[in-house]
Design a protein around this ligand. Structure first.
Ligand SMILES: C[C@H](CCC(=O)NCCS(=O)(=O)O)[C@H]1CC[C@H]2[C@@H]3CC[C@@H]4C[C@H](O)CC[C@]4(C)[C@H]3C[C@H](O)[C@]12C
Length: 325
């Protein structure tokens, strides 16, 4: 499971929690503007926007889990096991393999609107990266530095592009159903509710936080969708970059999966392997990991983006305790 958000705080911050039972060995990968990007059924892109994000590299190809580009567009792939359906290569369509979609969009779209145009004639082709790396069942969230956000789902019914009015994505079910479910939580609030059930009976507000008494707290994707929406919709705007990114990670931590709580096979647990978030205007990528609560950053603009080879940074996974005595 995973959760992705866009958080408005003057600048917009976009990223995700990656929840899984194994660490895939991802790195922070910068794809500079002149790295030749090859696609199975689309023309090569020799020159394009620069990208930074979490990725593994196979055969010199960046298999991005999520990332942003230098124009302030962010995109993340999240598990969509069941509804996800990819199609055979189709004549007359822009055939893009699922593993190519993040690099393709981030390399070529300078806004969510442009991404929509690119997707208008797209077909998510059912191609595997390799026999070892089969296509993963995913859906995607795309957001930009103006705060716009869409969800992209390829199901048996075809390719759907939905406006995402909450700027949140988790996993199943299909996006429209997540929004219907959100209606069930209309009443969730930071303030204490009115006594509407029995107004003449004295029903004291015996605790702070009463307005969120019915907020779901499960690890499941519906619960995380509601919880992350509540947290981000009411998150304050800070006065500095540090305050904002701190707030951002607190929102994602509200839907963190702690080790031991989500058993996916006997004695195997899914947990939040990393959380990342980027300032979409500044091109700064921040992350923390389950093992390391420190916020780390990589600024894409501190690299020479006019180059042609992938640039990688190791994920700092070591907890540093600040021993004060
Ligand atoms: C597993 C992750 C989703 C997390 C999640 O939701 N896990 C809970 C499962 S559950 O929902 O609870 O059942 C997803 C998110 C992005 C994915 C990569 C995208 C690029 C590439 C695509 C290729 O085709 C296959 C390999 C590849 C590296 C992918 C591996 C893996 O699939 C990644 C990491």
């Amino acid at each position: 499971m995973c959760t992705s958000i866009i958080y408005p705080a003057g600048d917009y911050y976009f990223g995700r929690n990656l929840d899984l039972e194994v660490d895939l060995g991802q790195r922070i990968v910068i794809t500079p503007r002149n790295k030749n990007l090859e696609f199975r059924e689309m023309p090569n892109l020799e020159h394009h926007y620069a990208i930074i994000g979490m990725s593994i590299i196979r055969d010199d190809y960046p298999l991005y889990f999520d990332g942003i580009n230098e124009k302030g567009v962010g995109m993340a792939g999240l598990n969509f096991n069941g509804p996800a359906h990819y199609f055979p290569v189709q004549q007359g369509k822009d055939n893009i393999a699922s593993f190519e979609l993040v690099p393709y969009i981030l390399a070529t779209a300078s806004s969510v609107n442009e991404a929509k145009k690119l997707l208008a004639n797209a077909n998510i082709a059912n191609l595997n990266f390799s026999d070892k790396l089969q296509a993963a069942p995913l859906h995607w969230i795309i957001a930009d530095k103006t705060g716009a956000s869409i969800t992209v789902e390829s199901t048996i019914e075809g390719l759907k592009v939905y406006d995402n009015p909450v700027g949140v994505l988790t996993n199943n079910p299909e996006f429209p159903r997540q929004l219907v479910n959100l209606s069930n939580y209309r009443g969730i609030s930071p303030t204490a509710p009115e006594n509407t059930i029995a107004p003449k009976v004295d029903l004291p507000v015996y605790s702070r936080g009463f307005g969120s008494h019915f907020l779901p707290g499960g690890m499941d994707s519906e619960s995380r969708f509601v919880k992350a929406t509540f947290a981000k919709m009411h998150a304050p705007v800070g006065n500095s970059e540090v305050e904002n990114i701190t707030n951002y990670f607190h929102i994602l931590q509200s839907v963190e999966q702690q080790k031991g709580l989500d058993e996916i096979a006997p004695n195997t647990y899914e947990y939040t392997i990393y959380s990342d978030g980027s300032n979409l205007s500044k091109g700064i990528f921040y992350y923390r990991t389950y093992e390391n609560s420190q916020i780390n950053s990589v600024d894409m603009h501190k690299e020479n983006l006019e180059t042609s080879e992938l640039i990688t940074y190791r994920v700092q996974n070591q907890q540093e305790i600040n021993h004060q005595n």
